[in-house]
Write a protein that binds this ligand. Structure first.
Ligand code: GLA
Length: 386
């Protein structure tokens, strides 16, 4: 049992007075490449990371859900049938949203019994590492087992997304939940968001003396409001104007036609999505043929595209990426939805301290808050731990 799993089981016992019947956990993720492509039915290549959210759980003999966590000691209680976007709020909307989404697909919703859920996590919240998907997926695997629903990992990923879209109110895609459900140690997951397939891609970072650094700017963001929604809406408008079902149908050779039809800003949004899809596939091919050091230029180009075409970067993310590149990183880019959160830098192991120092120095020089910098490794997806 890992430290987190034990701690979560102990917290369950100290709050509720009995041992849980099990502990389940699911990881956060970083996206190696393929940003804002998921809701455009494109390609993405995230990896699940060695930071997890754990849920200790036990069935009840009534129809109440009770949920609490290490980060908020309030015990939220609600009847299964009363959960809706209007009755839940705050962090508990994520686990309760999963209960709601599972109830929607249950063969006999009236026979589901209540559950006690106690949550702990070492995934930083709001850092762009999908703490929300980790929470949703941990609860989804736990309830899938306890309620014996027999749903597949892809179905559970969709349950997590449904909770986030319909109960939390964030119009996010499916990448984070697929990464959290399908992650594998030392592998990224190549996702085809149209076919809904998840294929493991061996990364071999350690064997190539590489380490993946996360640079959390500590600038927090929310995808329920603002820029994320706007970007999604402009992609939908572009599809209408171009007469395509999704931007997946648009390729680089279609770009001149798109430019002649769309306004300049919408065109830049489309160009990001189309070139990003191509970069994801090129990344997969580069790793397979030449190894992970060959992906540096693709990561760098992805960042430029997000900064200039999709316009979702912020000065702190640009600073992190440039400082890492200048200090000798193989490649660097912002990761996740943008407007805050984290960047990643792929770095030779012997340069790790130098890159870290260089990023800290540039942040201090620019007057930005001190970033959190740490290495992550690719980890296994959601599972029962105990
Ligand atoms: C957030 C969303 C994902 C995806 C990324 C951008 O992480 O949750 O669905 O759209 O942003 O690639």
């Amino acid at each position: 049992m890992t430290f987190l799993v034990e701690k979560t089981a102990d917290l369950f016992e100290s709050v509720l007075g009995t041992r849980p019947s099990g502990v389940w956990s699911a990881p956060g993720r970083v996206n190696l490449i393929g940003e804002h492509t998921d809701y455009n039915e494109g390609f993405a290549m995230p990896l699940a990371i060695n930071r997890r959210t754990a849920v200790a759980a036990a069935l009840r003999d009534d129809r109440r859900i009770r949920v609490t966590s290490s980060f908020d000691s309030a015990l939220v209680e609600i009847e299964i049938d009363d959960i809706s976007a209007d009755t839940v709020s705050g962090w508990s909307a994520y686990p309760l949203g999963v209960v709601w989404a599972l109830r929607q697909v249950a063969a006999s919703p009236e026979s589901l019994c209540g559950v006690d859920l106690v949550i702990d996590s070492d995934v930083p919240v709001g850092a762009g590492l999908s703490s929300s998907a980790a929470l949703e997926c941990a609860v989804a695997v736990a309830l899938n087992d306890l309620w014996q629903m027999g749903l597949s990992t892809m179905e559970l990923a969709r349950i997590g997304q449904k909770a986030e879209n319909d109960i939390v109110g964030a119009p996010t895609g499916l990448m984070d939940q697929i990464a959290s459900m399908h992650g594998r140690a030392d592998h990224a997951v190549l996702i085809d968001c149209q076919a809904l397939t998840a294929t493991p891609v061996a990364l071999g970072f350690a064997a190539s003396d590489l380490v993946l650094l996360v640079i959390d700017t500590t600038v927090r963001h929310s995808h329920a409001t603002g820029g994320y929604k706007d970007r999604r809406a402009s992609c939908e408008r572009a599809c209408e104007a171009l007469g395509v079902p999704s931007l997946r149908s648009v390729t680089e050779s279609d770009l001149p036609r798109a430019q002649s039809i769309l306004d300049a800003e919408t065109y830049r949004r489309v160009r990001h999505v189309v070139t990003e899809n191509a970069r994801v596939l090129a990344t997969g091919a580069a790793i397979a043929v030449d190894g992970p050091r060959a992906v540096g230029e693709l990561l760098n180009a992805s960042h430029v595209s997000m900064r200039d075409d999709y316009e979702i970067s912020i000065p702190e993310l640009d600073c992190a990426v440039e400082a890492a590149q200048n200090a000798g990183a193989v490649g660097a880019r912002m990761t996740g939805g943008g407007f805050g959160g984290a960047a990643i830098a792929l770095v030779s192991t012997h340069l790790m301290d130098e890159v870290t120092e260089a990023v800290l120095a540039d942040f201090a020089h620019r007057g930005f808050a001190r970033p959190e910098i740490f290495a992550v490794s690719a980890a296994d997806g959601a599972r029962r731990d105990y």
